[in-house]
Design a protein around this ligand. Structure first.
Ligand code: DX5
Ligand code: ZN
Length: 230
């Protein structure tokens, strides 16, 4: 497949993470971020990360509750077994961790065959170089800018080198995928991530810990767009 006609989204994308939402009122919390590009859904299994969140039944309910595409971030062991059902259920993206499998290409192919976009995620201290060759099998790269497991942590800036590396390859036509970042994104950090070439910004606490989450989505997007143009 030619990579040369890959175009970046016209506007930066914002994906609110419902990890920071009130789980007892999820439908209302999803409605509160109307206008978001994707809804980021953190699936944790208490093995790959030291936290437990939600799984397929909640994703199935969310799919019925919103038209916003679901961006499922699987922080779980054995994604080869557990990831494809999220694609079959109708998730837009299914992202799993490079550190969780010996055969990321097989998992990506299964996700795509089941009808979703495939994403590869890397923890802050996982280098990207060993994965550059296989990124052609993926639709998104999710660069973690905190240790996965919890919302509300501080942004780790050194991960932006990975975003810059992949941005260059996409711009050169050697890869075609979206660069996404997750962890510690807020009004103080989004501009440096945008300047590094990120397309899609996950934000949990920065969106949900505000009085008007939809307005926060719009203002984060505008901030990222201004930083991209600089
Ligand atoms: C952390 C999750 C993130 C989390 C981000 O493991 O993957 O998606 O919700 O939360 P904030 O934006 O608060 O850092
Ligand atoms: Zn996440």
């Amino acid at each position: 497949m030619s990579s040369l006609n890959f175009t970046r989204p016209a506007e930066p994308m914002i994906a609110p993470s419902i990890l920071s939402a009130d789980f007892a009122h999820l439908a209302d919390e999803v409605a509160a971020v109307a206008g978001a590009d994707w809804l980021h859904v953190d699936v944790m299994d208490a093995h790959f990360v030291p936290n437990l969140t939600l799984g397929l039944p909640v994703v199935q309910s969310l799919l019925r509750a919103t038209d916003i595409p679901l961006d499922c971030h699987l922080m779980i062991e054995d994604p080869g077994r557990w990831a494809p059902p999220y694609a079959e259920a109708g998730a837009h993206n299914v992202t799993f961790h490079a550190e969780a499998t010996d055969d990321p290409v097989a998992v990506a192919r299964d996700i795509r065959a089941a009808g979703a976009k495939a994403g590869l995620s890397v923890k802050p201290n996982t280098p990207i170089e060993p994965y550059l060759e296989i990124l052609r099998e993926f639709d998104t790269l999710l660069v973690m800018s905190v240790e996965p497991g919890f919302g509300g942590q501080s942004f780790i800036a050194h991960v932006l080198d990975k975003a810059r590396t992949v941005r260059r390859l996409v711009d050169a036509g050697e890869l075609r995928l979206l660069v996404e970042i997750d962890g510690g994104i807020n009004a103080d950090t989004i501009e440096q991530a945008a300047a590094a070439g990120v397309d899609c910004f996950v934000a949990g606490s920065a969106v949900y810990n505000t009085a008007d989450p939809a307005a926060t989505v719009r203002s984060l997007r505008a901030q990222a767009a201004a930083a991209q143009r600089r």
